[in-house]
Design a protein around this ligand. Structure first.
Ligand code: PLP
Length: 391
C-alpha cells in the first residue's frame, strides 16, 4: 500500500485526470538528468552524447510501454502538441486530400487541431453508452466518395477524460483500414491505466502525455506507424527526425520514461482501484441519489463521473474544495470556467444532468481511504444543500 501525499493532512486529491502528482521515479530521473549539466542531445561532444543517451533510453521506455519500436516515437511538449502533429501533419502529408472524422467526445486538443487543419471535419456520433457508434461509422465509410472527400481520417480517444469510458478503438481502426483510411488515437488518458499496444489497436498514430501518469508536465510523445503519412508542423533545427524541431526537454523526457515504465509495472494496482470506486458509487447512489455516468460501459478503474440533478456541479466542486477534496466539474481544461459538459450532451444527457455532473479521478498515489472520505464529504455537502434545492 502506498502512502498518499495528502492522507492525514488536509487534502484529498481526486483529480488525476487533470494532472497526476509526480512519481518519485520520475523525479529521480529528472534530477539525474539535470545533474548531467549542460544537455543538448544534438551536440556531438561528450555532454551532448550523455544527453542523447538519456533521451534514447526514454524513447525505448515509451516504446516498450506501447509495444512499438523506439524509432517510431517523436517527443513533443505534451498531448496537445502530439495531437496537432498527428492530425495536421497527416493532412499536410496528404496534400489536404482528406476529411477528418472526429468523435463527438474528443478533447478540445483534438477537436481544435482538426478545426484548424484546413480540411472538412465530420462528427462521429456516440451512443448513449458513451461509446462511438460503429454502425454509423461503417455506413459513412461505405458511402465514402474518395474523389470528393479524399482519405478519411478518424480521430478517436482510447479513454474519455471526463467519464473514463473506453472506446472500441481496435474495431473502429479496423473499419478505417478496410476503407483505406487512417486512425489517430488520443491515448493520453488510457496510457498507464489500461494495456496499450499499437499493433493490437491497429491505429496509425497514437498521442500520449507524461503528466497524466505521474511524469512531468509539458512532455508528451506521438507514435506513428512506419510509413503512415506524416509531415512536420513545426520547423527549425530538424530534431526528432525532422518531425519536431526544437531542443528536446531532456530532463522532462527522462521523467516521462521513468513514469511510463513505472505506470506499466503498476497497472494492476491501478486496476485494483475499481472495486473501491464501485463501492463509492454504490453509496453515493443509495444515500445521495446520484446517477453514475457510463455505469454500464467499460471504464477506467479510477474514474467516476456522477451527477445529482439540481445540485449544480460548481456548487459541488466548491463544497468539496472547502472540505479539502479536489475534484473537477466538466473537463479538466474547463475547470475554473465551469460549463455544461459537451461530452455528456453528446451522450444524450439532459441539461439537468449535464449541469450537475462532477468528475472524480484517482491514481497511482490515491489512498484506499480517499474514496470513503470523498463520499462522506460529498454526502455531507449534499445533505446541507438538499433543503435549498427543494426550496
Ligand atoms: N487529450 C486528453 C484526453 C486529455 O485529457 C488531455 C489533457 O487534459 C489532453 C489530450 C492534452 O494533453 P496535455 O495536457 O499533455 O497537452
Amino acid at each position: 500500500m502506498i502512502e498518499s501525499l495528502y492522507i492525514g493532512g488536509t487534502m484529498i486529491y481526486a483529480d488525476y485526470n487533470a494532472t497526476a502528482p509526480l512519481r518519485p521515479e520520475a523525479r529521480a530521473a529528472m534530477l539525474a538528468a539535470y545533474d548531467l549539466g549542460a544537455t543538448n542531445p544534438s551536440s556531438v561532444h561528450k555532454a551532448g552524447r550523455a544527453a542523447r543517451a538519456v533521451v534514447e533510453k526514454a524513447r525505448s521506455e515509451v516504446g516498450a510501454a506501447i509495444g512499438s519500436r523506439a524509432e517510431d516515437i517523436v517527443f513533443t511538449s505534451g498531448g496537445t502538441e502530439s495531437l496537432a502533429l498527428a492530425i495536421q501533419g497527416a493532412v499536410v502529408a496528404l496534400d489536404g486530400a482528406a476529411t477528418l472524422i472526429v468523435s463527438a467526445i474528443e478533447h478540445e486538443a483534438a477537436t481544435k487541431a482538426a478545426a484548424h487543419a484546413g480540411v472538412p471535419v465530420e462528427t462521429a456520433y456516440v451512443l448513449p453508452t458513451g461509446q462511438v457508434d460503429l454502425d454509423d461509422l461503417r455506413a459513412r465509410l461505405a458511402a465514402w466518395d474518395r474523389g470528393l472527400k479524399g482519405t478519411p481520417i478518424l480521430v478517436l480517444m482510447l479513454a474519455n477524460n471526463e467519464t473514463g469510458i473506453l472506446q472500441p478503438v481496435a474495431e473502429a481502426a479496423a473499419l478505417m483500414r478496410e476503407a483505406g483510411g487512417l486512425t489517430v488515437c488520443d491515448a493520453v488518458q488510457g496510457l498507464g491505466k489500461v494495456p496499450v499496444n499499437v499493433a493490437l489497436l491497429g491505429v496509425d498514430y497514437l498521442a500520449v502525455s507524461a503528466h497524466k501518469i505521474g511524469g512531468p508536465q509539458g512532455v508528451g510523445a506521438l507514435w506513428h506507424r512506419a510509413g503512415a503519412p506524416l509531415k512536420a508542423v513545426l520547423y527549425g533545427g530538424g530534431q526528432e527526425r525532422g518531425l519536431r524541431s526544437g531542443t528536446e526537454n531532456v530532463a522532462g523526457i527522462a521523467g516521462f520514461g521513468a513514469a511510463v515504465s513505472q505506470s506499466v509495472l503498476e497497472l494492476s494496482r491501478y486496476v485494483s482501484l475499481g472495486p473501491r470506486r464501485d463501492a463509492m458509487e454504490a453509496r453515493l447512489k443509495a444515500e445521495g441519489g446520484v446517477t453514475v455516468i457510463g455505469e454500464g460501459s467499460p471504464r477506467l478503474a479510477g474514474v467516476s463521473n456522477f451527477a445529482r440533478a439540481g445540485f449544480r456541479a460548481e456548487t459541488q466542486v466548491m463544497a468539496l474544495d472547502l472540505a479539502g477534496v479536489c475534484v473537477s466539474a466538466g473537463s479538466a481544461c474547463s475547470s475554473g470556467k465551469v460549463k455544461r459538459s459537451l461530452v455528456l450532451m453528446a451522450m444524450g444527457a439532459d441539461d439537468a444532468l449535464a449541469e450537475s455532473a462532477i468528475r472524480t479521478s484517482f491514481g497511482w498515489n490515491s489512498h484506499p481511504e480517499d474514496f470513503a472520505r470523498l463520499t462522506d464529504a460529498w454526502l455531507e455537502a449534499h445533505h446541507r444543500a438538499a433543503p435549498r434545492q427543494q426550496a
